[in-house]
Design a protein around this ligand. Structure first.
Ligand SMILES: [Ca+2]
Ligand SMILES: [Ca+2]
Length: 356
């Protein structure tokens, strides 16, 4: 569906769709208004880039995402906060541990890591050894995008990942991701707090400024991303400041990115990005002849497969009222991954990463 500033029927249809998906309407109208008010001037100039400071709570070695600002996307905002009875986030996480499991194609659920009571702990230690994936919980809440959390029962651990890992069976079992994805679809963990303190909406809309931000996310790579499309929009208020964030999956043939777009400021944080490394593009792997040069060596190795990204779930994993968002990553080489990202209102920090 296409949203246009002058198409009132489309706007009405969008409003109905949003209500049906439990979005706080006023927030999204703000977001769409933002798109409309900037739609005529979305051609993003070369974005300025700042490297966010490293947080002290993460144990991951994943590169901290870049934050850019699409300078043409500064929407007007309403001064009226969205109607909500949800209190602001406490900011205080639980002091006990919680373990997280991703479900999908396999019967067993993949151990993603845990909250220790003080911080995040990856599923693999610094020596490359799997940490204990067992759980004493008998029930868990299963989260996936587009549905309310459902109660699941935890069964015995079985082998998965071709026998290299073990993980519990949690029923109802997760289904395979929607095509073209494969791998993981759901995240389960035991919780006695409201794991979705604010509504999460999947929005089917064509927002020109989001497409422009997607194209701009490949600036400096040599990739022409103008043929790319927005493949998923998830709107929520991650940090509970009453301003919505949009999580936007963008991509095309040979390139993909995942962006966090602040509906208030228009700032764009690039959470993920991958693209086909070609001789014409920077970061070409060793063994590939630079553009315009010939080589007498054997044919260069094939480029690594390009990763694609979707939001798998949005939930508060550690009880502090701040929602984490979980990314599903996969490529054409039968590899799939789950990444848990924390957002404090300013920067995105990948805190847990798991794959077979
Ligand atoms: Ca927010
Ligand atoms: Ca949290």
């Amino acid at each position: 569906m296409r949203v246009d500033c002058v198409d009132t029927r489309a706007r009405a249809k969008l409003g109905s769709m949003i209500r049906s998906r439990h979005l706080v309407a006023l927030v999204f109208v703000t977001a769409v208004a933002a798109a409309c008010t900037t739609r005529e001037s979305v051609a993003p100039s070369a974005p300025t880039t700042t490297i966010p400071e490293t947080t002290t709570t993460t144990t991951t070695t994943t590169t901290i995402p870049e934050t850019t600002v699409v300078t043409t996307t500064i929407p007007e905002t309403t001064t009226t906060p969205p109607p909500t009875t949800t209190p602001p986030p406490s900011g205080t996480p639980i002091s006990s541990q919680r373990k997280y499991y991703a479900g999908g194609d396999d019967d067993g659920w993949l151990y993603v890591g845990r909250w220790t009571g003080e911080g995040w702990e990856q599923p693999i230690d610094s020596d490359g050894q799997m940490r204990d994936s067992t759980t004493t919980a008998s029930e868990m809440l299963i989260h996936e995008i587009g549905i309310d959390p459902i109660e699941g029962n935890v069964g015995a651990s079985i082998e998965l990942c071709g026998g290299s890992r073990t993980g519990p069976v949690i029923s109802p079992n997760a289904r395979s991701p929607e095509i073209p994805g494969f791998g993981y679809r759901s995240l389960a963990f035991a919780a006695d707090w409201d794991t979705e303190p604010r509504k999460v909406a999947v929005v089917d809309a064509d927002i020109a400024s989001y497409t422009a931000a997607g194209v701009a996310s490949f600036g400096g790579t040599g990739v022409d991303a103008s043929s790319g499309t927005v493949n998923q929009i998830v709107v929520t208020d991650l940090d509970g400041d009453r301003d919505s964030e949009s999580l936007v999956a963008f991509g095309g043939d040979g390139f993909a990115s995942l962006l966090l777009i602040d509906a208030d400021s228009g700032s764009v944080t690039r959470v993920e990005r991958d693209y086909l490394r070609t001789p014409e593009a920077p970061d070409a792997p060793e063994g590939t002849a630079p553009a315009g040069e010939t080589t007498t060596t054997a044919a260069p190795p094939p480029p690594p497969p390009v990763e694609t990204f979707r939001i798998l779930a949005v939930a508060d994993l550690n009880g502090d009222g701040l929602a984490e968002f979980i990314t599903h990553v996969w490529d054409d080489d039968d590899r799939a991954e789950v990444v848990v990202n924390a957002y404090d209102g300013t920067e995105v920090t990948p805190v847990l990463t798991a794959s077979c």
